[in-house]
Design a protein. Sequence first.
Length: 131
Amino acid sequence: QDKAQDVLDKAIKITGGGRHITAGVVQAYIDVNQLKMARFILEKALKESSTTALEVLRLDILNRQGENLDEVMKVANDLLKNDVKELAVYRILIEVSYKLKRREDLVDDLIQEACKAFPEKEELLKSLKVS
């Protein structure tokens, strides 16, 4: 973890970057399924400040870890309530809704809401529907 923090610190220093660098590093760890490291870096970053990108990454990590689906549902709903209309948030919320066996009409409403927010992704969103 110290090595990861050193790499992150150097990346920020070299690029003069900030949160977008952190988000990129966290996403890179997620992409190679290093969720523990991704979460470690993300938690350090969230202590300093929170951005939409970091909050969506937090949701992604929670979902991939699969430890607490109720928490994933709560975080996703909170993001939507705070007007964070990201495709990943809708996708995760729809998938978790099915896993938690939410009423089908509620999931259908969620899919419709997502399709309105992302009409170009309607086919993808409707493909998440479980029969």
